[in-house]
Write a protein that binds this ligand. Structure first.
Ligand code: MIC
Ligand code: SF4
Length: 643
């Protein structure tokens, strides 16, 4: 039996375990990336490991999230990150250079390599034929220290593409179609591997739009073959020598195959407040809109901006709305100026925002109260835009531009006379905002600069013998890390200060959560299906740990968040019988006797709701290594105890 591309690449990097779906493997990590909102913790953790410099082939520290700088805290973080990069041998991408995933694709990604990033959209690199995985910051710090990355061997789903996209239909519509089929939890424990004749018509940035939003499926990652189109892209980036042909064997076996005929893909839209709440644009066309945003790590390549500019050329956007553009990288800005794209957009009335995450994470350009905003981004969780009661619709650049023109959600196929042009020949190479690593001797003399808002990373105690804790909150299905640890312009500057940021845990669901947790001392969280989906932010585990949360009991977990809970000593249990969920309420006291012994020796444990007397069973599926980590109170203690 032949191998899938995923299996080939995992095999090439296998350090421990066996490639058998569901069993834990360790893989060698060639490259890492961090961004500033997760990065400060990563470098504090790396520093505490006492290793002088990174052991990967390449590690890059990007600044792209916290660039609003409404006071000293963001820039203090940037200075910390720049000095830490110099000290520990990393490349440093300065603020203004653009969004980590897009820059990494353009300047650093290499087919066949592994990339681990402290951002959930790291799978963008799968567009180049990489095994590119998002993880919590502590896992990335460990990878920089030379440790393998551990994961459950994923199931490989084949996505067979045939045909060719029709005019005004785009890569975004392909991934929205897949989200409609698979849902936001359909991809947990899986890799989506693309193959078939339809692949060759898609450029690397189009493939990257698809692999980027594979994160919204909950997938471990997504991957495309490395072929002639990959070579073209690398040649344009003047990195053609790094190309390597990669594909699955012709007799590779996938655990399931999803077939998509690109000829049949039509403009799609994800409606509030989940990326899998997908419909055809034509089904809700005419919806009044008061804001449009084009950009983010999903859709901000030169061709994404190019088609938007061509739709808007010699016209003015509707007076009913405001249009914001956040180009993916500085290279895209320069190339777009060169290609005349920027001129067309500005003439039409677009507001040019910074090359950064910006509006995607509620860092500026928030919609009006009750506003309807149409965005080319990847997440539309409630409140993420910075406006609690806004409605966010996710679409392609074509649909966004057509909507900007008319003021109502518009199927771009209704705008006649536009032919999509390929602007990629305008690619401008410019690395002057990337600072290279220093030689070892110079690095030794670097002092890490710490502002007053940068506080040490707290550690958990080792696991207690008994759990007796009160239920602090009971949540529904599909709770995101944005619910657990919100982002936005007010809270993001606190990412380096866990005591402060912990005051905002679950803020939108229960503004009293922090006080309740403090009062209870020991806490448990009860969740539904797919608890912790979305971003990789380890703060969604770290801050609850700081507030005394000892266990989270759910119907099921999202992959990265579950790993983060273990890394910070919080036990991720699931209900053996999902109906037990109904018999637990906020404020109940949950007891598990002989916790340490039982967690170590059995996968199923007896729990009691002391308040009602209801007995139920919880279980865990932690691998032996994870058990050791959790018993010692998390990965920081585990690593320290072994040094
Ligand atoms: C996101 O898109 O939610 C973020 C902000 O990029 C996060 C990382 C973070 O919270 O810092 C992610 O995707 O992992
Ligand atoms: Fe930045 Fe948004 Fe991409 Fe996250 S999803 S990395 S916030 S652009």
């Amino acid at each position: 039996m032949g191998l899938t591309l995923t299996e080939k690449l995992l095999k090439e990097h296998l350090v421990s375990g066996e490639l058998k779906a569901g069993s834990e493997i360790g893989i060698k990590i060639d490259q890492t990336l961090t961004q500033d909102a997760t990065g400060t913790m990563v470098y504090l953790q790396f520093e505490s490991m006492g290793i002088p410099s990174v052991k990967t082939e390449l590690s890059v520290s990007y600044v792209d999230h916290n660039t609003l700088q409404s006071d000293y805290r963001n820039m203090d973080d940037h200075r910390f990150l720049q000095s830490a990069a110099a000290k520990f041998g990393l490349y440093f991408s300065r603020p203004g250079n653009g969004i980590c995933h897009q820059i990494h694709l353009e300047r650093f990604g290499i087919p066949g390599k592994t990339l681990l990033g402290s951002d959930s959209h790291t799978p963008t690199g799968g567009g180049l034929g990489m095994i590119s995985i998002g993880a919590g910051g502590l896992d990335v710090a460990a990878a920089m220290a030379g440790a393998p990355f551990y994961l459950k061997t994923p199931e490989v789903i084949g996505v067979k593409l045939s045909g060719k996209l029709q005019p005004m239909c785009s890569a975004k519509d392909i991934i929205l179609t897949i989200l409609q089929i698979e849902s936001v939890k359909g991809g947990v424990g899986k890799v989506y591997e693309y193959f078939g004749s339809g692949v060759e018509s898609l450029s690397v940035p189009e493939r990257a739009t698809i692999t980027n939003m594979g994160a919204e499926l909950g997938a471990t990652t997504s991957v495309f073959p490395s072929d002639a189109k990959t070579k073209d892209f690398l040649n344009l980036q003047k990195r053609g020598d790094l190309w390597r042909e990669l594909s699955a064997d012709t007799d590779a076996e996938y655990s399931k195959i999803i077939e998509i005929n690109l000829d049949e893909v039509v403009p799609m839209v994800a409606m509030p407040h989940m990326p899998d709440n997908v419909k055809k644009v034509s089904e809700i066309a005419g919806l009044p809109v008061n804001q449009v945003a084009i950009g983010s790590c999903t859709n901000s390549s030169i061709n994404d901006l190019g088609i938007a500019a061509d739709i808007l050329e010699n016209k003015t956007i509707s007076e009913k709305l405001s249009l914001g553009i956040s180009p993916g990288t500085k290279q895209v800005v320069k190339s777009s100026i060169e290609a005349g794209i920027f001129g067309k957009l500005i003439s039409a009335g677009a507001r040019i925002l910074e090359s950064a995450c910006g509006a995607c994470i509620g860092m500026g350009f928030s919609p009006s109260s009750g506003g309807v905003t149409v965005r080319t981004f990847n997440r539309n969780f409630k409140g993420r835009s910075g406006t609690a009661d806004a409605s966010v619709y996710l679409v392609s650049p074509e649909t966004a531009a057509a909507t900007a023109l008319t003021g109502v959600l518009t199927d771009p196929r209704d705008i006649k006379g536009i032919t999509k042009k390929d602007y990629s020949s305008f690619t401008e190479i410019d690395d002057n905002m990337i600072i290279k690593p220093l030689c070892e001797k110079d690095a030794e003399n670097i002092e890490i600069i710490r502002g007053p808002n940068i506080k040490p990373c707290p550690k958990a105690d080792s696991m207690a013998d008994k759990l007796e804790a009160s239920v602090l909150i009971k949540t529904e299905d599909n709770i995101t890390t944005d619910h657990i640890m919100p982002a936005g312009s007010k809270i993001l500057p606190l990412r380096s200060n866990i005591p402060e940021i912990s005051k905002h845990v679950f803020e939108a669901l229960d503004p009293e959560f922090h006080n309740k947790a403090k009062k209870a001392g020991n806490g448990v969280i009860i969740g539904g299906e797919n608890y912790g989906q979305g971003s990789s932010r380890e703060h969604a585990a770290l801050a609850p740990m700081y507030l005394g949360v000892k266990a989270v009991i759910t119907k099921s977990f999202a992959r990265i968040h579950k790993a983060n809970l273990i890394n910070f000593g919080i036990i991720p249990f699931t209900f053996s019988d999902a109906s037990s969920y109904d018999k637990i309420s906020e404020g109940d006291i949950i007891v598990i006797e002989n916790l340490r012994e039982n967690v170590k020796n059995t996968k199923k444990l007896k729990a009691v709701n002391k308040t009602t007397g209801f007995e139920f069973e919880v279980e865990h599926d932690m691998a032996d290594r994870q058990l050791e980590v959790i018993l010692e109170g998390g990965l920081l203690n585990f690593t320290k105890n072994r040094n």
